[in-house]
Design a protein around this ligand. Structure first.
Ligand SMILES: [Zn+2]
Ligand SMILES: [Zn+2]
Length: 394
C-alpha cells in the first residue's frame, strides 16, 4: 500500500500543491479513465500509471494522509499526523459499473470459514478505497466486559437481618484453552491470502483496488481459531458468587459485585455484576422504607379510657401506651423499632395504626351498659358532617 519511497503525488495527478479536494478528485477521475487497464489491454506502462494514480489519490484525498505527505514527502501509517484534521471523506464519486453486492460477496468468500471477523461492511470498503479511515484493526481493541444483571428474591426476615447468598450465574470467562487470545497453536502462520503482505489487489467491476487483506485484517498473519471459544477468547461458564445482603436491604436495591460481570476482551477490565433485590412481603409487618407499618385492634374501652397495650415489633413484643380518647385510625410511633439500615447506620420506626373494634354484645348486661353510656354522655358524632355536604340552594 503506502510506500516509503519518495513520489510526487501532485505531479502524478497533474495538480498544483495547493489543489483543493475538488481539483484532486477531477484529476483522479480523468486519469483513472485514461489509464484504466480495460481501455489499455496489455499496456504495462498504462497499468503502472493507473496504479500510481490510485496511490496518489489515496493519499491526497485524505486530509490526514495528505498533511503527513506534505510534511515528510512520503506517507506512512506509522507517522502520527501533526495536528492535521480528520478526512472529510470523498463526496461525489462516480460508482457507475461497480457492483457492490457482488464485491461484498467476493470479499466474504475470500475471508471465509469460521473467521467471522473477515467479512467487510460497506463502510470498510469505502474507507479502504477512498482512504477515509484506517479500515479494520488487525488486532482486537481492548474492551471492558459487559455488566451482568441478576434479580434476587429475599424473604422479609433475611432482608431485616441481612444474609449471605450463594448465587449461581452464567458469565463470560477468559477461555482457558487460548487464554483469551482466540487463537490456537502458533500465532504466526503467514496469511495465504496476501502472502503476509497484508494487502490484496482486487478487481471490482472495471476498477482495480489495493485493499487491506480481508482474511488477516492487514496483519499478514493468520490466527488459527481456538476450537474451545471459536475465536471469541471467552466462554460462557456457570459461576457461583457469594453475595452479602446488607441488613435492612429494601426492595429494588441494586448491589454491585465488582469484577463479576463478563470478562473483558483483549485484556480489557471485567464488567460488574449487579443484583437487584426484591424483598418478599410479610403478612403482618409492612415495610415502608426503614419504617414498619402495622395495624392493631383496640377495644372501645381501651380507646376511650386509654391503655397500655402489647404490640408486635420485629424485635418481639413491645408496650404501646394509647391515650384516653384514642380514635379509630390514629397512628402511634414506636421510635427505633423499625428496620436497621446498615448503609445509614440508623433505625427506622414502627408506626402503629389502631383499629377500633366495637363490642360484640352477647348478653343483656352489656347491652344495658352501652345504653347507659349513651344516656350518661349523649354525643352527636355526626353533628358536623351536614354542613360539609350541604348543596347550594337552587
Ligand atoms: Zn479459546
Ligand atoms: Zn492476509
Amino acid at each position: 500500500m503506502p510506500s516509503a519511497t519518495k513520489k510526487d503525488y501532485y505531479e502524478t495527478l497533474g495538480v498544483a500543491r495547493g489543489a483543493d479536494a475538488d481539483e484532486i478528485r477531477k484529476a483522479y477521475r480523468r486519469l483513472a479513465r485514461k489509464y484504466h487497464p480495460d481501455l489499455n489491454p496489455g499496456d504495462k506502462a498504462a497499468e503502472e500509471r493507473f496504479k500510481n494514480v490510485q496511490e496518489a489519490y489515496d493519499i491526497l484525498n485524505d486530509e490526514k494522509k495528505r498533511s503527513i505527505y506534505d510534511q515528510y514527502g512520503f506517507y506512512s501509517e506509522n507517522i502520527p499526523p501533526n495536528g492535521g484534521g480528520q478526512s472529510a471523506g470523498s463526496g461525489g464519486m462516480n460508482f457507475e459499473g461497480f457492483d457492490f453486492a457482488e464485491y461484498l460477496r467476493q470479499q466474504q468468500q475470500s475471508a471465509g470459514h469460521a473467521e467471522t471477523e473477515g467479512g467487510g461492511s460497506f463502510r470498510d470498503i469505502f474507507s479502504q478505497m477512498f482512504g477515509g479511515g484506517r479500515g479494520r484493526q488487525a488486532s482486537p481493541q481492548a474492551e471492558r466486559g459487559a455488566d451482568l444483571e441478576y434479580g434476587l428474591n429475599v424473604d422479609f426476615w433475611e432482608a431485616i437481618r441481612g444474609t449471605q447468598v450463594r448465587l449461581s450465574i452464567l458469565r463470560q470467562e477468559i477461555c482457558e484453552t487460548c487464554h483469551g487470545t482466540g487463537s490456537a497453536g502458533s500465532n504466526v502462520a503467514v496469511c495465504p491470502e496476501c502472502d503476509g503482505t497484508g494487502t490484496v489487489t482486487q478487481m471490482a467491476g472495471a476498477m482495480k483496488f489495493n485493499l487491506t487483506c480481508p482474511r488477516c485484517g492487514g496483519s499478514g498473519r493468520l490466527k488459527n481459531t481456538c476450537p474451545t471459544c471459536r475465536g471469541e477468547g471467552r466462554v460462557a461458564r456457570p459461576d457461583t458468587v457469594e453475595v452479602r445482603i446488607p441488613q435492612g436491604v429494601s426492595s429494588g436495591s441494586r448491589l454491585r459485585v465488582a469484577g463479576k460481570g463478563n470478562a473483558g476482551i483483549a485484556g480489557g477490565p471485567d464488567g460488574d455484576l449487579y443484583i437487584t433485590v426484591r424483598v418478599e412481603e410479610h403478612p403482618f409487618f409492612k415495610r415502608d422504607g426503614d419504617n414498619i407499618d402495622i395495624q392493631v385492634p383496640v377495644t372501645v374501652s381501651e380507646a376511650g379510657l386509654g391503655a397500655k397495650i402489647e404490640v408486635p415489633t420485629i424485635d418481639g413484643r413491645s408496650l404501646l401506651k394509647i391515650p384516653q380518647g384514642t380514635q379509630n385510625g390514629q397512628k402511634f410511633r414506636l421510635r427505633e423499632k423499625g428496620v436497621f439500615n446498615a448503609r445509614k447506620n440508623t433505625r427506622g420506626d414502627e408506626i402503629v395504626e389502631v383499629v377500633l373494634r366495637s363490642p360484640d354484645v352477647q348478653n343483656e348486661r352489656t347491652r344495658e351498659l352501652l345504653r347507659e353510656l349513651a344516656q350518661v354522655q349523649p354525643v352527636d358524632v355526626r353533628g358536623d358532617i351536614w354542613s360539609q355536604v350541604q348543596q347550594p340552594s337552587v
